[in-house]
Design a protein around this ligand. Structure first.
Ligand code: HGY
Ligand code: MN
Ligand code: MN
Length: 416
């Protein structure tokens, strides 16, 4: 397919400026962003995105999981839409591009088509998916999961936050994004997500576009280690049931396990909470997270079984109790061959080098791919750094990915 729209160019400066303006919301002293889902800062970002969508003439709706959907009608307004989007929420010490690039690149596609006076045959939509990162509620991508039919609505709305103080539904209502539109359950023609690679390959190879083939599988756990509180000065070591020592032994074992499998999984303990968390009390309870990922589902299952076994063995050795709760799981997923090809062809038509690539990170696209033809477009980020305040990307790379997104969406939607 030749380039379908030689005259329609996205505006690199407008895209960059939108990203920098959005990055001011939740800006951290280290140059990153903290916009945790369903906080007041998230609401501020949502409000700004909603205003920009309206300014671009999009019809705006909020669905039951708070997903914000900007719709640009087409020649056939009843045709299933070609959809794009990503997430505005971030990690606590997140970057200025993870997620937000995909949302604002989608908006820039709409703006560029407006400027050129082009109408597509199928409608286009751009979505901000609620709580992709899962920092406060469960293990992430829950709103796109409900939309794609992976989770039921009640499960999503009733999710407790990690502190056990509120629920997803209450926080949605508190920030005014408890929408009434149905969350999924209607036909969608295709979904494309533009995202920084969050890894080093594209930058190292000097390739501006990644045609994403799929994403690895993932399982997340919350592990509760229970011992007994005691006096740090009087309780003899031999009599202690120290939950911190138990958790430490398990976490170290999990780290070593990752180097004992080929090709290796990735295993991370990202949070630990200690009770009573006092210098001079032997910890009675420690709760920690486990995030295990691997491209091969069978290997992933085997690594998870070994991980659980080593936690139980450590507990038995130290005389503490252990409870292991799975908080989420997602099999590895392959994206739609036609959508992957549309991305490759769009890059080729623009004279942009493109290579097939596999995603180590999870994305909302992984949920959509279960029921909708889905593709992703990766662009380089500096040093492959992400989930880090130093996350960075070049305006030209972000613009190139956005131009490919425009071409891919129009190729799929057709011209009115
Ligand atoms: O965890 C992930 O892979 C995504 O960045 N939320
Ligand atoms: Mn992301
Ligand atoms: Mn992320």
């Amino acid at each position: 397919m030749a380039m379908s729209l030689p005259t329609v160019r996205i505006d690199e400066d407008r895209l960059w400026q939108s990203l920098m303006t959005m990055a001011e919301i939740g800006a951290t002293p280290g140059g990153g962003v903290c916009r945790i889902a369903l906080t007041d800062v998230d609401r501020e970002a949502r409000d700004l995105f909603s205003t920009w969508c309206r300014d671009a003439g999009l019809d705006l709706r909020i669905d039951r999981m708070g997903n914000i959907i900007g719709r640009r009608t087409g020649g056939d307004p009843d045709a299933p839409a070609v959809v794009t989007g990503s997430h505005l929420d971030t990690q606590p010490l997140g970057g200025r591009f993870d997620g937000v690039y995909g949302v604002l690149a989608g908006l820039e596609v709409m703006r560029a088509l407006n400027d050129a006076g082009i109408e597509t045959q199928a409608p286009l939509e751009v979505i901000d998916w609620t709580d992709e990162e899962g920092v406060r509620f469960a293990a992430g991508v829950v709103a796109s999961g409900v939309y794609a039919g992976r989770f039921d609505l009640e499960y999503g709305l009733n999710l407790p936050d990690r502190a056990g103080e509120t629920t997803f539904a209450r926080e949605l209502a508190r920030i005014g994004y408890d929408g009434e539109a149905p969350c999924g359950g209607y036909p969608v023609d295709a979904f494309f997500e533009a995202h920084i690679e969050q890894g080093p390959i594209l930058e190292q190879e000097g390739v501006p576009i990644g045609a994403v083939m799929g994403a690895q599988g993932q399982r997340c756990y919350a592990v509760t280690v229970t011992g007994e509180e005691g006096h740090a000065g009087t309780l003899p070591m031999a009599l202690r049931r120290d939950a911190m020592v138990g958790a430490s032994r398990m976490i170290d074992g999990l780290y070593r396990l990752a180097f004992d499998v080929t090709p290796p999984p990735v295993i991370t303990t990202g949070y630990v909470s200690v009770r009573p968390n006092s210098r001079n009390t032997v910890p009675g309870q420690v709760v920690f997270s486990i995030d295990i990922r691997h491209p091969d589902n069978a290997v992933l299952a085997d690594v998870c079984a070994r991980a659980e076994a080593l936690c139980r063995a450590a507990a038995a050795e130290l005389g503490v109790d252990v409870a292991i709760e799975e908080s989420s799981r997602r099999d590895s997923i392959a994206f739609d061959a036609d959508c992957v090809d549309v991305v490759r062809t769009a890059a080729d038509g623009l004279g942009l080098a493109c290579r097939d690539i596999y995603s180590g990170a999870g994305h909302d696209a992984c949920n959509l791919a279960r029921t909708v033809p889905t593709g992703m477009i990766f662009v380089p980020c500096k040093g492959g750094i992400s989930h880090n305040e130093r996350e960075d990307a070049l305006p030209a790379d972000l613009a190139a990915g956005c131009q490919v997104l425009l071409e891919a969406m129009v190729a799929r939607a057709g011209l009115a």
